[in-house]
Write a protein that binds this ligand. Structure first.
Ligand code: HEM
Length: 211
């Protein structure tokens, strides 16, 4: 998993529980003492899973409460770092379509070909119509609840309303999560939107990702 995700996790723990909570989380998750998370580097998936679980436990939050706090921090952080992407999408439907392009931008900075492909293979977004997409998600991390939390944050950010259904889920031993996203309100309907090749040549963006 690319380090941005873990870095934000540590930030949430620090904000809600302080430095002592960070130490407890690191210990509980079995992180090497010198582990720093860099935005564009890849770290073990199982370590990331332990980090999320330990963070919720140490903070005394349910999984859903922790993921909501995480999504809020992640969204604000991303909005500052990658404001261009937020300006580009006119609503959360466009953002959620664009999400695979964003992830692939991170993947393009990963040196190891297998690790790079692993990032790219996780999400496929199927566009159904202006108000519906289906996101196909496959990952050892089984982070579909994180998907919902981040998607909901994006909807709030743009003043939209969305509903999720998940007829297939990795947690129920299906081969993938099939996440149906339906917009019941879109505050700002689409204008022109073309995500072809966006961001890939942007040196500033790549250097931000490399941290
Ligand atoms: C500017 C916005 C975003 C940025 C910069 C971003 C970046 C990233 C990065 C770098 C990863 C790690 C990828 C990997 O190592 O496989 C990731 C994972 C993930 N992202 Fe995003 N993302 C953004 C928006 C979103 C949105 C809107 C959603 C959901 C609607 C989302 C859902 C997820 C999920 C579920 C994972 C975990 C994937 C897994 O490892 O199983 N992301 N994101």
């Amino acid at each position: 998993m690319v380090g941005l995700i873990q870095k934000v996790c540590i930030d949430v723990v620090e904000k809600l529980g302080g430095a002592e909570a960070v130490l407890r989380v690191r210990e509980r998750a079995g992180l090497p003492s010198d582990r720093l998370f860099r935005l564009g580097e890849v770290y073990a998936d199982d370590e990331c899973q332990r980090l999320f679980q330990a963070s919720a436990e140490v903070l005394g939050l349910s999984e859903a409460e922790f993921l909501n706090a995480y999504a809020d921090r992640f969204g604000r952080d991303a909005q500052k770092r990658f404001s261009r992407w937020f300006d580009l999408a006119q609503n959360s439907r466009q953002f959620l379509e664009f999400q695979t392009t964003i992830h692939n931008t991170f993947a393009s900075g990963v040196v190891d070909p297998q690790a790079r492909q692993a990032v790219k293979d996780k999400f496929v977004v199927e566009k159904i119509d202006q108000r519906n997409i289906i996101t196909h998600y496959r990952s050892p991390n089984k982070f579909c609840k994180l998907y919902r939390a981040l998607g909901s944050w994006m909807a709030d950010y743009y003043g939209d309303e969305i509903e999720f259904e998940e007829p297939k889920c990795l947690h129920r031993n299906d081969e993938e999560c099939e996440i149906h996203v339906k917009w019941t309100r879109i505050a700002k309907e689409d204008g022109l939107f073309d995500d072809e090749g966006l961001a890939f040549d942007d040196k500033t963006l790549q250097s931000e990702i490399r941290g």
